[in-house]
Write a protein that binds this ligand. Structure first.
Ligand SMILES: Cc1cc2nc3c(=O)[nH]c(=O)nc-3n(C[C@H](O)[C@H](O)[C@H](O)COP(=O)(O)OP(=O)(O)OC[C@H]3O[C@@H](n4cnc5c(N)ncnc54)[C@H](O)[C@@H]3O)c2cc1C
Length: 318
């Protein structure tokens, strides 16, 4: 069975959930193999977890020339892993940086790239475009498909894998070292999950009325361990930062559960959340467009419904 390479994303010595999803997806196409690209010593902490999610091999592409530079060295390291493995496909998590890695890799190995897939199969992928209004089945015209897959497209399932370590030998070219990172500042993070790959998102809209009232949304989110999002109206009002905006000109999310509170459901908002697996809307206007999209809807005043929901969830969780 041909190998399917999965580029590993990790943070603080832990494999990111999106990578575990890709290892699960890879099993349907071939034999999953993880590729760790990073500074020397990166793979050691990740190998165990990769094996628990089915990685038969772990290709280790480590170099001092990875961490200090931007995207290009990563693409060269991954290309070396592809040359060593001759895989059936390469799966990469759909982040902004990774999409650039994917494009550079596809160019280097003379194949095609499919981005933002929601499912992968033997020789292609399924994409949802125009905010999820159209589903596309796509294949690359030649070579090894390089596919970036949206977070939350698959549920990660453990499976035993040997996680046999294979060292990848490569040299980072001078051209790839043309852009050096001179400073990086870690974004201040609270205890909530990141919006773009959270499996539950609670978003608030203009109906919330003020910045202070946004605490109602945060409390509901915290009761579910969810990320917090917002509509553009809320961002434009200055109640929350733009990093929390969901939609066409904000973040695209595709969680298992999306709860829209006091959001009308304008097309530009829908473009960023339409592919969520289950959508719940709370809105006092029964004619609000969000209800056309919602799997479950509550017509009611959010100031009554959201706190009651938070209380009930908290009670049930004990
Ligand atoms: C080029 C362009 C790009 C855009 N990009 C984005 C984007 O990325 N993301 C985005 O979100 N928007 C975007 N917009 C804006 C978009 O068109 C809408 O204006 C915006 O989404 C509306 O936000 P909202 O639903 O919070 O507000 P509104 O449309 O004002 O809706 C508020 C809702 O709250 C309900 N409500 C009010 N009070 C209560 C209550 N007490 N209880 C329950 N419900 C209540 C109302 O019934 C209403 O449905 C974009 C627009 C343009 C032109």
């Amino acid at each position: 069975m041909a190998e399917v390479l999965v580029l590993v994303d990790s943070v603080d010595g832990t494999v990111k959930k999106a990578t575990l999803e890709l290892l699960t997806a890879a099993r349907a196409i071939g034999e999953p193999a993880a590729v760790v690209v990073g500074a020397p010593g990166t793979a050691a902490a990740l190998k165990g977890q990769l094996g628990e999610y089915g990685a038969a091999k772990v290709y280790v592409a480590e170099s001092d020339d990875i961490a200090g530079y931007s995207i290009a060295p990563k693409a060269e390291a991954l290309a070396a892993a592809v040359a060593a493995a001759s895989p059936a496909a390469v799966l990469i998590g759909s982040t902004a940086d990774n999409k650039e890695v994917a494009a550079r890799l596809a160019f280097k190995i003379g194949s095609g790239v499919l981005t933002d897939a929601v499912a992968v199969d033997g020789d292609g992928a399924t994409q949802q475009i125009f905010g999820g209004a159209i589903t596309v089945s796509a294949k690359v015209a030649k070579g090894v498909p390089v596919v970036t897959v949206r977070p939350n497209s698959y549920a990660p399932e453990p499976a035993a894998g040997a996680a046999e370590e294979v060292a990848v030998s490569f040299t980072v070219s001078d051209a790839a070292k043309g852009a050096k990172i001179i400073e990086s500042v870690a974004e201040e993070k609270g205890s909530r999950p990141a919006l773009s790959d959270a499996s539950v998102v609670v978003s608030g809209g203009r109906g919330i009325g003020s910045a202070d009232n946004f605490a109602i949304i945060e409390k509901l989110a915290d009761s579910l361990g969810a990320a917090v999002g917002a509509s553009r109206a809320v961002v434009d009002a200055g109640w929350v930062p733009h990093t929390m905006q969901v939609g066409q000109t904000g973040v695209t999310v595709s969680p298992q559960l999306y709860i829209a509170v006091g959001i009308s459901g304008a097309i530009q908002h829908r473009a960023g959340m339409q592919t969520s697996k289950t959508i719940v809307a709370i809105n006092k206007d029964a004619e609000a467009p969000i209800f056309e999209l919602a799997d479950f809807g509550v017509v009611g005043d959010l100031f009554t419904v959201a706190p009651a929901l938070t209380e009930e969830i908290t009670k049930r969780k004990g």
